[in-house]
Design a protein around this ligand. Structure first.
Ligand code: BJ8
Length: 383
């Protein structure tokens, strides 16, 4: 096993510092009196706040820095993502929280729902009711909720959100998502052109780019460079190809990705919310923009849905597209929904697809790094 300290290929530099740059950009946005809306989850259509000219920032926190502060109010045995997010809001250590005029949550998992109730004591919070079933009734309910969210924004910020502005944002976001898909699909090549960690840091970093105009082109420029270098013969050589699924894998959870790539594998695909899961297109031809948004977003295959067939269908497709040799299911501690689903994912991966599967349960601390390293080394060796 080796220590990971890779030099960042030049291709990825633009987005590597994106989160830090966004902290500076958000201060400028505030000085111009542009509203800032903080969001947690991929189920929330950013198109709606973007349509009123707001800057939309992601609030899901992925470090253990504020967990001790959070644990003064929340149970210790709770998902680290929830504790970290609450801790950053409580301590005002995150500029995105600090500058958010409105924080928007959704009724996803139980821990998050209850955390939002407590967050409302010290932040302006609006909770969108997310149906937990992807039925036609669920879509209609979600459409109503999105219209209610639009009204909340209009009342709070004394503005009007037109359907034309929403459609413009739908087209913009579709373009960004298309570019993010294209970037991730460079990893379908075998041998892979670059490391998975670099690709996912770029995808993750682009989520913090609050200048959505032109973002599609900036992402495409990265992909163009990778493709050009690949045709010129640059690649990382043949390695066991891993797909990562499960809870979001950004920030401190990247230790699992590092362990895979340090030990001879390459993560060619991220099925989770950090990667491919949220990148379906909104139907631009649907004359009812809220219906179009509800249909795309409610279809996301997160474990808070019951049943969650869409996750399994997407996994089935991605394992083939990316010629995957093995699947690593990353579960954040105390995430009951993803934990329960490991049985269904294991069945799909081992029985239907006929490839090896393993689960890694972890938190945002560094305490289990050696153990994860050992387990990933053993998993990759058997591929
Ligand atoms: S659409 S994955 S961003 S809810 S890991 S907090 S589920 S206990 S983050 Fe998520 Fe939206 Fe789903 Fe994506 Fe709860 Fe599990 Fe913690 Fe989670």
């Amino acid at each position: 096993m080796v220590e990971l300290k890779k030099e960042l290929p030049e291709i990825f530099e633009e987005f590597a510092e994106q989160r830090k740059n966004s902290f500076l950009a958000i201060k400028e946005v505030k000085e111009k009196e542009i509203p800032v809306v903080g969001v947690f989850c991929t189920y929330l259509p950013r198109e709606i706040p973007n349509a009123m000219g707001a800057a939309v920032v992601g609030l899901c926190s992925v470090s253990d820095e504020t967990i001790p502060d959070a644990e003064k109010d929340l149970p210790r045995n709770l998902c680290p993502l929830i504790k970290s997010s609450y801790g950053f809001a409580k301590t005002d250590k995150c500029p995105f929280f600090y500058f958010s005029d409105l924080v928007v949550g959704e009724t996803t998992c139980d821990g998050k729902k209850k955390m939002y109730e407590m967050l409302a004591d010290f932040k302006p919070v609006h909770v969108v009711e997310l149906p937990n079933c992807q039925t036609e009734d669920g879509i209609q309910l979600y459409k109503k909720e999105l219209l209610r969210f639009k009204k909340v924004l209009e009342d709070k910020f004394e503005t009007t959100i037109t359907d034309e502005a929403i459609l413009h944002q739908i087209k913009l976001r579709n373009g960004i998502n298309k570019a993010l898909r294209r970037l991730q699909y460079v990893m379908a090549n075998d041998p892979a052109p670059v490391n998975g960690l670099d690709v996912i840091n770029t995808v993750y970093g682009s989520g913090f780019d609050i200048k959505t105009e032109g973002l599609e082109d900036r992402i495409n420029a990265v992909t163009d460079k990778i493709e050009k270098e690949y045709t010129e013969g640059k690649n990382i050589g043949k390695k066991p190809r891993i797909l990562v699924t499960g809870s979001p894998s950004g920030g401190a959870a990247l230790k699992v990705i590092r362990a895979i790539e340090d030990n001879g594998g390459v993560v060619v695909c991220f099925e989770n919310c950090t990667g491919m899961k949220p990148l379906a297109m909104v139907d631009e031809e649907n004359p009812d923009v809220y219906d179009a948004l509800a249909r795309k977003y409610l279809n996301i295959g997160c474990s808070c849905m019951s049943p969650n067939k869409n996750r399994l269908d997407l996994l089935d497709e991605l394992i083939d597209d990316f010629q995957v040799d093995g699947v690593v299911d990353l579960v954040l501690q105390a995430c009951h929904t993803y934990n329960v689903e490991t049985a269904l994912v294991k069945k799909l991966v081992k029985d239907k697809k006929g490839i090896p599967y393993t689960v890694v349960e972890t938190d945002y601390s560094q305490a289990d790094i050696e153990q994860i390293n050992t387990r990933m080394a053993a998993f990759i060796e058997m591929l």
